[in-house]
Each structure stands twice: as structure tokens, then as C-alpha cells.
Ligand binder design. Structure first.
Ligand SMILES: [Zn+2]
Length: 199
């Protein structure tokens, strides 16, 4: 392996999901070969994102404005919240284009007792406070059909029930073990339309 600088680049790239040592080397080499068209623009994009993109203090979405564009949009119903595990799930619903006109709450994960991820790590109190203070009327639990997603849904439904809002979860169409980001738009829309009341 060549110079220290390249080694450092490969080591950092290998920390990314889906990139092992070998694919990190290939990515580094591809960038070095395309200095002007890939490497320098990428370096600028990385620096700009690191500088300007931050989590929304209301919903956990990532944006360059605070609160995020979705939370600021007066056309979106502030009284209907869709709770998702990860930002990719929010992107999946938004990609589906206008099927959901409410606002979001991004947990940043699901409950995982084995990994020691509890409600305090997911900002559950922030969600409950938001529901209570803003008088949210419906919370849609869109946490996928994985075991962890289901466990988290049950837990949240129990915590939300005393607040008097309607709690629903996505209907049929979400395959067992499936995560939202892998679903096509039609399936997502059908699951959203067929949502079922759980509390
Ligand atoms: Zn937001």
C-alpha cells in the first residue's frame, strides 16, 4: 500500500456501511483517477454537508434550516405525525411523492434490549412531549415489520395511549422483516392507506 495519505483515506472509507477494506481501496483508487470530476467535488460536498446539515430539533430530520423544511411547511398537517425508525424511512415516504401530508418524528433506531438501546436513546420523551404540547391527533407508527420494529411499536402505543391521540400502524403490504426503504411506492401508499388503529 502506498503513501500514508492514501492509507488514511482507505481507513476512513472502510468505516462506511457496505464498504470493506477492498471496496474502500477501489473507491479511493477511483477517486484518485478522477481528481477533477469526482474527488474534488466530493471533498467540497462533504465539507458543505458537515458544515451546514444538522438534525432538526423538532423531528430529527436532517436539513440546512432549523427547524427543517418539512416542519416549517404550513401546508403539512402538524397534527398527524408519522414515526419512523431511520431517516431513510422518511426519505422513502417522501420519495413516494405526496402520499403523506403530515409531519414526521425520526427515532434514530429501534428498541434493542440486547444492544442496550432503550427509550432514552430514541428520544421517546421528546416525542411524547411533542404529542402532548401540540395536541397531535394521530400518530402513525411506521416502524417496519422487523422484530425490533414491532417491539418498538408496542412500546410506543402503550406510552401514547394515555395522551388521548389515535395511534395507528401501517397496514398489510409491509413484508415481515421488511424495512420501509426497500418498499416500492405503491406498496408504501397501500400500507399507509390501510393503516390500522392500535390504540
Ligand atoms: Zn423537522
Amino acid at each position: 500500500m502506498a503513501a500514508g495519505e492514501i492509507e488514511r483515506l482507505v481507513r476512513l472509507l472502510a468505516k462506511l456501511p457496505g464498504l470493506g477494506q477492498r471496496s474502500a481501496q477501489r473507491a479511493a483508487l477511483a477517486m484518485l483517477k478522477r481528481r477533477d470530476t469526482v474527488m474534488l467535488p466530493l471533498a467540497e460536498a462533504l465539507a458543505a454537508c458537515a458544515r451546514n446539515v444538522h438534525p432538526c430539533s423538532v423531528c430529527g430530520n436532517l436539513d440546512t434550516v432549523q427547524p427543517c423544511a418539512i416542519c416549517r411547511d404550513p401546508a403539512r398537517d402538524a397534527l398527524t405525525l408519522c414515526v419512523v425508525a431511520e431517516l431513510e424511512d422518511l426519505w422513502a415516504l417522501e420519495r413516494a411523492g405526496g402520499i403523506f401530508a403530515g409531519r414526521y418524528h425520526v427515532l434514530g433506531g429501534t428498541l434493542k434490549a440486547l444492544d442496550g438501546i432503550g427509550p432514552e436513546d430514541l428520544g421517546v420523551d421528546r416525542l411524547l412531549r411533542r404529542v402532548e404540547e401540540q395536541g397531535v391527533t394521530e400518530v402513525i407508527l411506521a416502524l417496519g415489520a422487523t422484530v425490533d420494529g414491532q417491539t418498538t411499536s408496542h412500546y410506543l402505543a402503550e406510552r401514547l395511549q394515555p395522551l388521548g391521540c389515535t395511534v395507528t400502524r401501517l397496514g398489510r403490504g409491509v413484508p415481515v422483516g421488511g424495512e420501509l426503504t426497500y418498499l416500492d411506492e405503491g406498496t408504501l401508499e397501500a400500507a399507509l392507506r390501510a393503516r390500522q388503529r392500535v390504540a
